[in-house]
Each structure stands twice: as structure tokens, then as C-alpha cells.
Design a protein around this ligand. Sequence first.
Ligand code: TRP
Length: 363
Amino acid sequence: MEKIILTGDRPTGRLHIGHYVGSLRRRVELQDSGLFDKIFIMIADAQALTDNADNPEKIRTNIIEVALDYLAAGLDPEKSTLFIQSQVSELTELSFFYQNLVTVARLQRNPTVKAEIQMRGFSETGEDNKAGIPVGFFCYPISQAADITAFRATTVPVGEDQEPMLEQTREIVRKFNATYGPTLVEPEILLPDSAACLRLPGTDGKAKMSKSLGNCIYLSDPAEVVWEKVRGMFTDPGHLQVSDPGKVEGNTVFTYLDAFCRPEHFDKFGDCFHGKKASFDFHSLDEAKAQYRAGGLGDMMLKSFLNAVLNDTLEPIRQRRKQFEKDIPYVREVLRKGSAVAREAAAKTLADVKRAMRIDYFD
Ligand code: TRP
């Protein structure tokens, strides 16, 4: 069986470093590993519209922003098919058939949908003054199953919040195959392997980095902005003096270091404070953690180190983004070509699905 990746993002804003450690970095590694036969990366504009129906301009703008983030992060159109969900109309057709295999109660139990209904403040009864739940939004797990199965994806690299979507997709695949005969491929989820990457907190220490909370560091943020944000980050509120013992667990700066730090960063920045020679010289994150716990490592020194580490990763991304920003027609062309390739792949699956369902009347 071919090894195929499908994953994607909603184009509701630029991508941030939570997206990067949660999935984007892994995608680029998998792409460059050469271990996969096909890689599909989807900009999920149709899904984004399920709760942004009144704001198509926002989605339209952010399709290009997300594509720029993808290219800047190292996704390569020669190796990965980058495409736009709405341009593959076969996906909506598949969703329509899958809807018959899922109950309302099952959708209501989906923990991600539940959490998102809460977050968006949708009314669950329709009896208060709040906006109700759009049907398209409520059903988006089914549409996501269509996205994944249309490409016969075996592997779906995503963040932890997408786990219920994969579970629901696998159920739909099993139900479809049991009802109509073996047709669809059951995908595996691929989660980040460290706790820090699984759920990178916001700069304010809140559980999730999210645009609406204003606690994101974007891949496209200039170096000065990154430093502003790092400087304002939450650490251990009990760590008042440099000499005080500090807490590492739940300290957002250390969580970010866990997610971003590589051994070579200690050779490069382990002994500097804002580019100047410092009074310390760390060789590993464990050493820095031990000193923080014991007392004697100040928050500003720690933040200056994190800033250097972050910029080491972000600077090449920023530079590549600037190059691609100069050639938007190229970016559009990548998406146009990718969408045509994706459409062809999805059409094959749709034909198989229709045959299995015995609705291939004129073939
Ligand atoms: N739900 C994903 C997100 O919010 C986007 C998405 C849509 C997706 N379809 C997908 C991810 C299929 C993986 C596979 O970011």
C-alpha cells in the first residue's frame, strides 16, 4: 500500500509557532525524508467558512498568507501538493454520502466540536440571544473525513486537538467499508512526540496559542516583535530575585525551550546575553533548568536565550517568506496547479465510492 500524507490548516490567520512545532516542522521533515509516496497539504478554506460565512474576504486573504507560511517553512511544491479545499468539489460530494453514516448524537459527542461551540459562544438551544450553530460547522468532522479519505491518506500529521476528528474519520471508514465493501483507507494520526510540542501554550501561559487571545508569536513576526513578546512572557511568578529558586514546570519560557532548543544552540548562544558574553555558560537545557531551580538564573537572561533560539529558527523562515512575498503570482500558480492534481486524486476515490454504493448508474 502506498504511504500517503494528508493534512492542512484553516486559513483564518497567519500561522504561529504553535502550528510550527505542532505540525508544520514535522511535515517538512516527513517531506524531506522521502519515505512517503505522496504528500497533500490542504488549505481548508471551505472548513474555515463553516463559521466565517459572513467574512469570505478574510478567508481569501489568509489563503495566501498560509501558503506563504508553508513555503517559508520549507514545504516544497516539487515534493508536496499544496492545494485549496474548495477547489476540489469532489470533497463535498463525498461528505454528502458520508453524512448518512453518522448520527447527530455522535457529532454532538465530538469533543473538539463541543469545545469549539463553547469557544465561539454559539447557542446550543437556539432559545437565547446568541447565534445558533451553523449546520455546516456542526458537520465539519464529516467533511474532514472526506478530506482525508479522498486522498487515501495513511498518515495525518496534526496537533492534539485533531485527535477526535481522526477517530471520527476512522469510524466513518469502518462503517463505509462494512456497508459497501472495502473501499476506503483507515488513516493513522501522527502526533508530535514531546509534550511541549503537543500543546504549546500562549505567551501568557494560557493553555492554547490563539489569535483571539492575542498570545501568539507568528512565523512572520519581525525579530523586534518576537523580542517584545518574549520579554513579556510569563515565567514563575514566585521567582522575583535572580537568586530566588525558580519553578521550571509550568514556566512558559522553559516550555518554549523544550519545543525549540537543539543541542547546537548551546554552542551558539549558551554563553551570551543579547549577543554579548555573559556570566554563565550552559551546555544543555538540563543544566539551565538545574540552575534556575537552584536560583541564580534571571528571567531576563533566560528570555534572552530563548529569543536567540527562536530567532535561529525563525530568521530563515522570515527571509524565505520575504522572497515569496515578492512573487505572489508564483504562489497562486503553486496553489492552482496543486488543486488540479488534488482534484484528479479525489475524483478517483469518488468514482470508487460511487461504484461501491451502486450509484454508478451510467458507467
Ligand atoms: N481542522 C483542521 C484545523 O482546524 C484543518 C483540516 C481540515 C484538516 N481538514 C483536514 C487537518 C484534514 C487534517 C486533515 O486546523
